[in-house]
Design a protein around this ligand. Structure first.
Ligand code: NAD
Ligand code: GLY
Length: 393
């Protein structure tokens, strides 16, 4: 651990001298404006995202039946190609199709087997061929109906087909609602690793019907909660405390709305992920190592949970956050019955993190909790990473 201790040593001394000053390695003011959020009489919440392309995220119960009407505001009625997976399509395909048709769209659908193993070049090519064979043009649009796998595949197809067509995200998992449907990251996995081919491509609309979360199996709901907790650790002490009290029984509309507001602020500040957006990677660098080493038998949410706990324990050992902060992070993860330990060695995890996208040359950006609601991005020499992981195991 001597390498990383030496690396952060100067910073720790600085932090201790300046107890009341917040130091961010990638400084940048997150825009915490609550403007650009509207609440309508039917309870629906609408959040404006102003990135290179502006769009709305609409959140509320029972919104699926409004999808056609809302889509018609951002895409003139032509053909809407609904892309979904084999679990979500039988549950929600009909209502989505009917809504789009009532608003004047003709519809087609492409359904692939559910699961991460479909997020590959083969499914991607099948989608592109399906669009071409059906003569889809730039005035038509794609609709991603499902979780993060559907959203990532559809977004990447929308980014590349005819050099870009419009698409609408209809997230149906907690993870997709609070994270993957917003911000325009799209990708597929390659044999060498997750999300290694992709594009930044913002949707034209995100419509999140919170009723769809009612059919989620409990473990998949729980997985998404790891990303919700992440927003609390990164930015929002109040959200963190509320989640600690409520456990899984939180107010879905309100919590999704607050997470999306945080994500909105981050992507508006750093759309292309070169600075503050990297914080969203909290728990992910080491988490991806756990996921890959387990051959994806450990789910994404569980892996992120383990990654956050390792980062917290290492940060506490290095004096970068208090023991209490570390305990709080582990406690909230355990309250949601998410794992905080792994049996993999530091060597195992280190080897898998070497192909992480966040690696830049000889450095990797570690996201380090400083206190609940504040984390730092610390560029760290890659050869110090193993001792950092070891410190947190
Ligand atoms: P997923 O899309 O595989 O969904 C998980 C499972 O839940 C699937 O079997 C799916 O069929 C099922 N499901 C979805 N909605 C359902 C519903 N309402 N009722 C019943 N079953 C339902 O996985 P996920 O956890 O949503 O997303 C994980 C993916 O998202 C990963 O590929 C990850 O890389 C990606 N991701 C992308 C970003 C981004 O910014 N683009 C961010 C985070 C994660
Ligand atoms: N999910 C991480 C990001 O959008 O940057």
């Amino acid at each position: 651990m001597s390498g990383i201790s030496a690396h952060v040593g100067r910073r720790i001394r600085l932090y201790r001298k300046m107890k009341n000053i917040t130091i961010e390695v990638f400084a940048g003011m997150i825009n915490k404006s609550k403007a650009a959020v509207s609440k309508y009489e039917n309870g629906e919440i609408s959040i404006d995202i102003e990135t290179s392309k502006a769009y709305k995220v609409n959140i509320g119960a029972g919104l699926l039946s409004e999808l056609g009407e809302q889509t018609a505001k951002v895409c003139e009625p032509g053909t809407a190609v609904i892309i979904s997976d084999s679990t979500v399509w039988p549950l929600y395909g009909k209502i989505v199709e009917t809504s789009l048709q009532s608003a004047g769209f003709s519809t087609l659908h492409f359904v692939f087997p559910a699961g991460e193993s479909s997020k590959n070049i083969q499914t991607y090519t099948q989608i592109l061929n399906f669009l071409a064979e059906n003569h889809i043009t730039r005035t038509d649009c794609l609709v991603a109906l499902g979780g993060g796998v559907v959203g990532d595949l559809t977004g990447f197809a929308a980014a590349c087909y005819l050099r870009g067509v419009r698409f609408v995200q209809v997230p149906t998992t907690v993870l997709a609602a609070v994270d993957s449907s917003v911000g325009g990251k799209t990708a597929i996995d390659l044999p060498a690793g997750k999300n290694l081919a992709g594009a930044f491509c913002q949707p034209s609309l995100v419509l999140c019907d919170t009723d769809t979360l009612n059919t989620l199996p409990e473990d998949i709901f729980r997985d998404g909660c790891a990303e919700v907790i992440k927003y609390g650790v990164l930015y929002d002490e109040t959200l963190f405390s509320e989640l600690l009290s409520s456990g899984m029984d939180f107010d879905r509309e309100s919590v999704i709305c607050r997470c999306v507001q945080w994500k909105r602020d981050v992507v508006m500040e750093d759309e292309r992920d070169t600075g503050s957006r990297m914080k969203l990677n909290l728990g992910h660098t080491i988490g991806h190592g756990v996921e890959a080493k387990s051959d994806f038998s450990v789910s994404h949410g569980q892996a992120v949970s383990i990654g956050m706990a390792i980062a917290a324990r290492a940060a506490a050992k290095l004096g970068l956050c208090s023991e209490i902060c570390c305990e709080q992070i582990q406690k909230i993860l355990q309250t949601f019955r998410l794992p905080v330990r792994t049996s993999y060695s530091a060597e195992d995890l280190y080897n898998y993190t070497l192909s992480d996208k966040k690696r830049a040359g000889g450095e990797i950006h570690l996201i380090i909790p400083r206190r609940i609601g504040l984390c730092d991005i610390i560029p760290t020499p890659i050869d110090h990473l193993k001792s950092f992981i070891q410190a947190g195991l």
